[in-house]
Design a binder for this molecule. Structure first.
Ligand SMILES: [Zn+2]
Ligand SMILES: [Zn+2]
Length: 366
């Protein structure tokens, strides 16, 4: 009954002032980013290009490239923030009748059988660490492969990568490409500013610049450099994840298949993995227009994990893993100690995955 109580509470909260405050506070990081970007525009275009640079050719060149990067960055950012993540299809939702049966089930084994029976025709290959169907008690559904529950968004997110406060949105199947482009253009934007303002930064230290503009320039250089350094590692880490076909969550917790754990279970080869996110039309690769392959629910898996019948349309060969020997920490704590409501442990900070039996087991024993 906890799930139902929880749902009622959440509904109640949605109309309360607290809920609106919480919703407003979540926009603060986005407003922070936009304020910095707006200031950087002023500092670069007005203070650097108009007030300091005299050479018209140089001015034109700087302004042209700056505006291209600025617009691409804002467009990608907008898409990452405002892309609505599509809900899990209805066929994964557990009907009330089945939910009642689940709640009344006395043992874990009975619940497991109910879930197995319900999900027998669903295209799911991922399992919990104990080999059971992955079930979200909050959304009352069978989780599609690679989907996880986000407690900030309050819903299950398809191919959830992580919840990103800087975009006030979950990064998942529907906006992962936008997120990658956002990182790429943000990095290029910061690198471009750092590189082109360096000589003026040096002049500042030599005392060759005067006026208030030089302080804008000083901060512009430092802020751009600082963001470039931090974005650099994040961007290249996500490049690594894209070519290995892993989400951030999967990099930290190896996905479990019917046949066992496999960190490369979704990997189809580097180029195919890249295409799965960026699409097969090269003209759209660098534009924040949705072009990822698939539907977010079913993913091609390596042959040994395929069940019968094969439920997806393959995007290419499913042969290889790279054997690159790179291992990420698989878990932050012992998997078997993680139960749903019983202990309330959170591994991800966003209570993403409930790879354990439904909560009713615990309640039955209470
Ligand atoms: Zn959920
Ligand atoms: Zn989220």
């Amino acid at each position: 009954m906890h799930a139902i109580d929880g749902a009622v509470n959440r509904m109640g909260k949605q109309n309360g002032s607290c809920w609106w405050c919480f919703k407003a506070v979540k926009w603060i990081p986005v407003i922070f980013i936009l304020t910095i970007v707006a200031w950087s525009y002023y500092a670069y275009v007005v203070q650097l290009c108009y007030c300091i640079i005299d050479n018209y050719v140089q001015k034109g060149f700087y302004l042209l490239f700056f505006h291209i990067l600025f617009l691409m960055f804002l467009w990608s950012y907008w898409q990452t923030v405002f892309t609505e993540l599509m809900p899990v299809p209805d066929k994964f939702k557990i009907p009330d009748v089945e939910m009642e049966k689940l709640q009344q089930a006395e043992t874990e084994e009975v619940q497991r059988q109910i879930l197995e029976r319900f999900a027998q025709d669903l295209p799911v290959t991922n399992r919990t660490i104990k080999g059971a169907m992955r079930f979200c008690e909050k959304c009352q559904l069978i989780k599609p492969d690679r989907a996880h529950h986000c407690s900030v968004c309050g819903t299950c997110v398809l191919k959830m990568d992580h919840h990103c406060p800087w975009v006030n949105n979950c990064v998942g199947f529907h906006n992962y490409k936008f997120f990658m482009l956002f990182l790429a253009y943000a990095l290029l934007y910061c690198m471009f500013i750092t590189a082109t303002s360096l000589q003026y930064f040096i002049r500042f230290w030599r005392g060759e610049l005067d006026g208030m503009g030089r302080f804008h320039l000083l901060f512009l250089f430092f802020v751009a450099l600082m963001f470039a350094v931090s974005l650099n590692s994040l961007f290249f880490y996500h490049c690594y994840l894209v070519v290995h076909n892993r989400s951030t969550l999967e990099a930290f917790r190896t996905p479990m298949f019917r046949t066992g754990k496999d960190k490369d279970g979704f990997s189809l080869g580097k180029y195919n993995n890249f295409q799965e996110v960026f699409g097969d039309n090269a003209r759209l690769w660098f534009l924040p227009i949705f072009s990822s392959l698939g539907n977010g629910v079913v993913y091609p898996v390596r042959s040994q994990h395929q069940g019968t019948p094969n439920t997806y349309d393959s995007m290419g060969s499913t042969q290889n893993s790279f054997g690159d020997g790179v291992n990420f920490p698989e878990r932050l704590c012992n998997e078997d100690t993680h139960t749903l409501l019983g202990h309330g442990t959170q591994q991800w900070g966003d209570d993403t995955d409930f790879d354990s039996p439904p909560p009713y087991v615990n309640q039955v024993h209470h």
